[in-house]
Design a binder for this molecule. Structure first.
Ligand code: FAD
Length: 521
C-alpha cells in the first residue's frame, strides 16, 4: 500500500536513484542538488521538515566569527562564500544583518575590530559591508537598550540572518518542482541492501500507521543527531559502527523587542565565563542565546537546564540596560547540534569540536553526512552527491542550476521587508498572490497569520498538523508560545476544513507548555 498525501508521493515498490533520509537542512540540500541534476530522488522525513535541529538555530548565516579565533580560516572562507550564495537564493527569507560588539574595556574594540577586518578580508567579494569602529555615542545609537554604564564604544560588522524553517520549506518546494518526491511524517524504519541489488527502504507513515517499501540505488543518511541510530538500526546490514555524532544542546530565549528596539544584533564574543552571547532581533521579537551543553541522549524536545537559562538571563541583563527576568520569556526553544565526534572527544568540551561536516560510507554503501551548519548546507550537498557519483553509487550527471533562486524568491534588487520586522505576507515572496487567492486572506488569527496562510500551508507547504503550521510554516511557537496556544484551536478547525482528520491539537497545546519555562501546562 502506498502512502497518501495531497501532493505526489512514492508508491509502494517504486524505485529511485537516490533515497534521502531526513528532511532538515542537510537532507533537503542533498535532495535539491540531486533533483537539479535530473536524478530520480525521494526524501523521507520522520516528523516535519526542519522539525529537528534545522528550525532551532540562531537563524544566522555566518562564516563563524568564533572559528577565526581557532585559526580555521578555510572553514570561515567557505562559509562566507556560502553565506553570500544563500542570501542570493532567497532574499525574502535570508538577508544581511549588522552586528555590534559593545566594548566596555579599552582593548576590546581594537582587538575584536582587528579580527573582524580579517573576516572582511576572507569574505572578499562575498562581503556584506565593512567592519567599522563605533564611538560610544554611535554605539548607543546603533544598540538602543544596551547597558550604557562603562560603555566605551563598539565594533560593527556584517553577517546574515534567515528564517530557518521557512527556508527549509522553500528548499523542499524547489526540490519538488525539480522532480523530487518528498514526504514528511514518514519514518525510515528499515534499510536492507541485498548483494548486487538496490537497497530496500522500509517506511512507516506516522500519521496513518501505513507501511511501504521503496527501492534505491543509493541511500543518503542525513538524519542529523539521529544518524547513528539509523546506522545501528536492527535490520541494517552493518556491524555496529563507531558513533559519528557528539551532540550538544543550545538554548534560546525569546523576549519582547523593547529590550533592544534597534535594527542591529548584539554579540558578546566573550561573556564573563568565556562563552558567546547573541541578542538578535527576529520577526518582531528578540532572540537571546545560546548555550553549548553536551547532550548524549537525543530527545525530540530537549529541556533547557536551569543553569543554561540562568546564563542567558544574567549575561543578557549585564549587557542590556533593563534586567531580563524569566517571566519576560515568551518562548524557550532548544536544539541539538550534530557535532562530528572527535576521536578524543570526552563529552565535556563540545565547544572545541569542529562544526565541519563529515561524509562516511559504510560497507553496504549507506552514505552518511553529518555536521556542518545551516549556512553550508549547499556545500555539503555538493560534496555528498559528488562522493556518490565518484563511488559509482549514482550515475554521473553534471551539476544543475545551483544558483537558481528558490521558489518564491523575489529579484535580488527588490526590497523585501527586513526579517527583524514582524512576520507577514512578505515571507512568501513572489508566491504571495497564491496565498491571497485562498479563502480568509483578511482574517488574522494572531502574530500576522491569516486563515488563508493556514489553508496555503496545507495545500502547498506540506503542513499536516497544528504544530507544522504554528511552529514552522509560521513561527508562532518560537515567537510567543502563549499566543501560539491561543491560536491553535482556530488553526485546527481550518486544518479539518482542509481535510486533515486529526490535526493534533491536544499534542500542540501540551507542547506550548514546554516552550514556556515559567508556565508549564
Ligand atoms: P536536522 O535538522 O536535525 O535534520 C535531520 C532530520 O532527520 C530530522 O528532521 C529528523 O526528524 C529526521 N530523521 C531522523 N531519523 C529519521 C528516520 N529514521 N527517518 C526519517 N527521518 C529521520 N547553523 C547556522 O548556520 N547558523 C546558526 O545560526 C546556527 N545556530 C545554531 C544554534 C543551535 C542551538 C543549534 C543546535 C544549531 C545551530 N546551527 C546553526 C547548526 C544548524 O542548525 C545545523 O547544523 C543544521 O540544522 C543540521 O541540519 P541537519 O539536516 O543535519 O539535521
Amino acid at each position: 500500500m502506498g502512502l497518501t498525501r495531497a501532493w505526489p508521493a512514492p508508491r509502494d515498490g517504486q524505485a529511485f536513484d537516490l533515497v534521502v533520509v531526513g528532511g532538515g537542512a542537510t537532507g533537503l540540500g542533498v535532495a535539491l542538488e540531486a533533483a537539479q541534476r535530473g536524478l530520480d530522488v525521494a526524501l523521507f522525513e520522520s516528523h516535519d521538515f526542519a522539525s529537528g535541529t534545522s528550525s532551532r538555530s540562531t537563524k544566522l548565516l555566518h562564516g563563524g566569527v568564533r572559528y577565526l579565533a581557532q585559526g580555521n580560516l578555510s572553514l570561515v572562507r567557505e562559509a562566507l562564500a556560502e553565506r553570500a550564495a544563500v542570501l542570493q537564493l532567497a532574499p525574502h527569507l535570508a538577508q544581511p544583518l549588522a552586528f555590534v560588539m559593545p566594548a566596555y574595556r579599552w582593548w576590546q574594540a581594537p582587538f575584536y575590530g582587528a579580527g573582524l577586518m580579517l573576516y572582511d578580508l576572507l569574505a572578499g567579494r562575498a562581503g556584506l559591508g565593512r567592519t567599522r569602529w563605533l564611538q560610544r555615542a554611535a554605539t548607543l545609537q546603533a544598540l538602543p537598550g544596551v547597558q550604557p554604564q562603562g560603555l566605551r564604544g563598539g565594533v560593527q560588522y556584517w553577517d546574515g540572518q534567515f528564517d530557518d524553517a521557512r527556508l527549509a520549506i522553500a528548499l523542499a518546494r524547489t526540490a519538488q518542482a525539480a522532480g523530487a518526491q518528498l514526504l514528511n511524517h514518514t519514518e525510515v524504519t528499515r534499510l536492507q541492501r541485498p548483494a548486487n541489488g538496490p537497497s530496500q527502504v522500509g517506511l512507516r507513515d506516522r500519521l496513518s500507521g501505513r507501511e511501504a517499501v521503496v527501492h534505491a540505488r543509493c541511500v543518503v543518511n542525513a538524519a542529523g543527531v539521529w544518524v547513528d541510530a539509523l546506522r545501528q538500526r536492527p535490520g541494517t546490514a552493518h556491524a555496529t559502527p563507531a558513533k559519528l555524532v557528539s551532540p550538544s544542546q543550545g538554548v534560546h530565549l525569546v523576549v519582547d523587542r523593547s529590550f533592544m528596539p534597534g535594527e542591529r544584533a548584539l554579540l558578546v564574543p566573550r561573556t564573563r565565563d568565556g562563552r558567546v552571547l547573541f541578542v538578535v532581533p527576529w520577526l518582531g521579537q528578540l532572540i537571546l542565546g545560546t548555550t553549548d551543553t553536551p547532550r548524549p541522549d537525543l530527545p525530540r524536545e530537549p529541556h533547557a537546564l536551569a543553569e543554561e537559562r540562568q546564563f542567558i538571563l544574567s549575561e543578557a541583563s549585564a549587557v542590556l540596560a533593563r534586567t531580563v527576568r524569566l517571566s519576560d520569556v515568551r518562548s524557550e526553544w532548544v536544539g541539538l547540534r550534530p557535532l562530528v565526534a572527535a576521536p578524543e572527544s570526552n563529552d565535556k568540551a563540545t565547544r572545541q569540536l569542529s562544526r565541519e561536516h563529515t561524509i562516511v560510507q559504510d560497507d553496504d554503501g549507506l552514505v552518511t553526512v553529518v555536521g556542518g551548519k545551516w549556512t553550508t548546507y549547499r556545500a555539503m550537498a555538493l560534496e555528498v552527491i559528488e562522493h556518490c557519483m565518484q563511488h559509482a553509487l549514482l550515475p554521473h550527471r553534471p551539476a544543475g542550476h545551483r544558483d537558481a533562486p528558490l521558489l518564491g524568491a523575489p529579484a535580488p534588487t527588490s526590497t523585501a521587508p527586513a526579517l527583524h520586522t514582524p512576520p507577514g505576507l512578505h515571507l512568501y515572496g513572489t508566491l504571495a498572490p497564491e496565498v491571497l487567492a485562498c479563502a480568509g486572506a483578511q482574517r488574522e488569527l494572531g502574530l500576522g497569520l491569516t486563515e488563508a496562510m493556514v489553508r496555503y500551508a496545507v495545500r502547498r507547504e506540506f503542513a499536516c498538523t497544528v504544530e507544522d503550521v504554528l511552529s514552522r510554516r509560521w513561527r508562532a511557537l518560537f515567537l510567543d508560545a502563549r499566543e501560539a496556544r491561543r491560536m491553535a484551536p482556530a488553526v485546527a478547525e481550518i486544518l479539518q476544513q482542509e481535510g486533515v482528520g486529526d490535526p493534533g491539537l491536544a499534542d500542540f497545546t501540551a507542547l506550548c507548555g514546554h516552550y514556556l519555562p515559567h508556565d508549564p501546562v
